[in-house]
Design a protein around this ligand. Structure first.
Ligand SMILES: Cc1cc2nc3c(=O)[nH]c(=O)nc-3n(C[C@H](O)[C@H](O)[C@H](O)COP(=O)(O)OP(=O)(O)OC[C@H]3O[C@@H](n4cnc5c(N)ncnc54)[C@H](O)[C@@H]3O)c2cc1C
Length: 396
């Protein structure tokens, strides 16, 4: 049987694979999405699984033409408060300070994926192979414009110019290519809860204390997500022997920000292990999303970084050809700055040793004392510094 031919094959149809496929299709390129599970409409759910999109991501999604589809599912975040250890170490960021209406938005990740799936179904040039995965692949390196040949689990053979790997942190392709990852285990577990409460509308909070990192991110005017990243040794303080959450601990932690906390509803939990791939490309294979970097959620950056990587990918495609060297350089430099920001936040703001506490006191007070430094810092978090080609400050 002759091979099916594509410009790009994509392994993994999660948020990243679907978004890449949509953009390749819009650029007139033929691609296939290979997903190990069945691709079908997401069944209804009765909780909220939050994903934060920063301002830069929103601008890119708008440019990608998918903004209108996700708009009905978004809840805007206008202010972010950070508190490190005690009340003197508080910092507040407001969208208005940098002439924006919002810092970003929160969306349920399943709604986002469903909208991406709807979007790709409406576009041409995307072939979906679900309940499939790549069993083996090889590059024909003899010719200059060499192709990649992949054999799928069903036995089907496909041929493509490039392969995008977006099949998650356990990517088999990555293992086959022997691409190592730097793993950091924070000895913490993140628990996500939905709850009701009274709080300032559109305000998100991040609290660093001796038990871990505690975020409260609203998804409605009286509904809020609590993301509790707790040191493993302190977990027993937060749960009783029936595994019920100790709401007195939570009320104490969020007391300044949320009143009448009630109806706590467990959503998910995961061990906090970060994985950062040493290489983001190999020959004509590019790694994106969780296959490339699984991040500490402190900056809520994982998907935000992937969106920027997809934007770079699209910028380095010219007449169907991808400049992999330039793309790799750009992705690497972006990753480095994001990793540095995350390490700074986790080590300094979250560190419980005296030097970290002194340092965080110093940094927070430095930012408080200079409006321009604070605004530059905020623009860095939102990914909008040195970013001229889209209008900042206008309604999206
Ligand atoms: C609790 C939590 C909160 C988060 N919050 C944020 C946030 O607020 N903001 C943010 O930017 N990021 C956040 N992240 C990170 C974000 O979720 C990830 O960056 C994003 O989901 C990565 O998507 P992905 O498509 O790369 O990977 P995945 O979602 O892991 O998708 C991989 C896909 O590949 C498929 N697959 C796996 N193996 C194979 C195979 N062998 N062959 C074919 N298909 C395969 C899987 O079935 C899946 O569909 C959060 C993560 C977690 C866990």
């Amino acid at each position: 049987m002759s091979n099916q031919k594509f410009d790009f094959s994509i392994s993994g149809a999660g948020l990243v694979g679907c978004l890449v496929a949509s953009q390749l299709s819009k650029a007139g390129l033929k691609c296939c999405l290979i997903e190990k599970n069945t691709i079908r409409d997401i069944p209804s759910f009765n909780n909220y699984s939050p994903l934060s999109l920063n301002y830069r991501s929103c601008l890119i999604l708008k440019k990608f033409g998918i903004w209108e589809n996700i708009l009905p599912h978004l809840y805007p975040i206008k202010n972010l408060k950070i508190k490190s250890y005690h009340s003197l170490n508080r910092l507040e960021f407001n969208a208005q300070d940098i002439n924006l209406n919002e810092l970003g938005y929160v969306i349920d990740r399943r709604n986002l994926l469903q909208e991406f799936l709807n979007y790709i179904k409406s576009l041409p040039n995307i072939k979906i192979f679900d309940q499939e995965s790549i069993n083996s692949f090889q590059e024909n390196a003899e010719k200059k414009d060499h192709k990649l040949y992949a054999k799928l689990s069903s036995g089907l053979s496909i041929e493509s110019k490039y392969l995008i790997v977006s099949d998650g942190v356990e990517s088999k392709i990555k293992h086959k290519l022997n691409i190592k990852s730097l793993e950091i285990n924070y000895s913490q577990v993140s628990f996500v809860f939905n709850s009701n409460g009274l709080f300032e509308k559109n305000n998100a909070i991040q609290i660093f204390n001796k038990f871990g990192i505690f975020a409260a991110i609203p998804y409605g005017d009286k509904k809020i997500n609590l993301i509790l990243t707790i040191n493993k040794k302190d977990i027993p303080l937060f749960f009783n022997n029936k595994n019920e959450i100790n709401d007195i601990m939570l009320k104490n932690i969020f007391n300044d920000h949320i009143k009448e906390l009630s109806d706590l509803n467990f959503v998910s939990q995961y061990d906090l292990v970060t994985s950062r791939s040493k290489d983001v490309s190999a020959g004509k294979i590019i790694f994106l999303g969780n296959s490339s970097q699984l991040l500490h959620p402190v900056g809520a950056q994982g998907f935000n970084l992937a969106i920027r990587n997809i934007d770079s990918l699209m910028n380095f495609i010219d007449k169907g050809k991808l400049d992999i060297t330039s793309l790799t350089n750009e992705i690497n430099s972006l990753r480095e700055s994001v990793f540095n920001n995350i390490d700074l936040a986790t080590n300094i703001l979250g560190g419980d040793k005296l030097p970290s506490k002194v340092m965080s006191f110093f940094i927070i007070n430095l930012l408080k004392s200079s409006k321009s430094m604070k605004n530059t810092f905020l623009k860095n978090i939102l990914g909008i510094n040195k970013f001229s080609y889209l209008n900042i400050g206008t309604d999206i």
